[in-house]
Design a protein around this ligand. Structure first.
Ligand code: SF4
Length: 123
């Protein structure tokens, strides 16, 4: 089961909900247009920054399923996620062990898990 996210078409800003307080809302997912659905071979076969093996292509979550959003979420971003595969092709864009397609280190999704040693308090 994948976490929420979905395809909310909201403008930038914050929403106040009665139960959970403010929810940061990223700008529209414009970054998705620059992210290819496939990744370079050297990233498809690489381990994540924590050594997690990438799932088989058929088992990867789509960005929609994962609730992928352009930009970080309260300090959580691909770059500090245990599943992030660092850029290996020199284009500045990485990949993910559990989500399909190219992934930017500055983005986030609902499958985020802290990388080893992540303090979660700004560190
Ligand atoms: S935040 Fe999501 S897309 Fe980014 S590396 Fe982690 S699991 Fe992959």
């Amino acid at each position: 089961m994948l976490a929420a996210g979905g395809s909310l078409a909201l403008s930038a800003g914050c929403i106040n909900t009665p139960t959970s307080g403010p929810i940061a809302v990223e700008e529209p997912n414009d970054c998705l247009e620059q992210l290819d659905d496939s990744v370079p071979e050297e990233e498809a076969t690489a381990l994540s920054i924590d050594g997690v093996e990438r799932q088989a292509e058929a088992n990867l979550a789509s960005k929609t399923e994962a609730g992928y959003a352009c930009g970080p979420q309260e300090g959580m971003l691909c770059g500090n996620c245990t599943f992030y595969i660092d850029d290996k092709s020199g284009d500045g864009i990485g990949a993910c062990a559990v989500v399909a397609g190219e992934v930017r280190s500055v983005d986030w999704c609902g499958l985020w898990q802290p990388r080893d040693g992540y303090g979660g308090d700004g560190g």
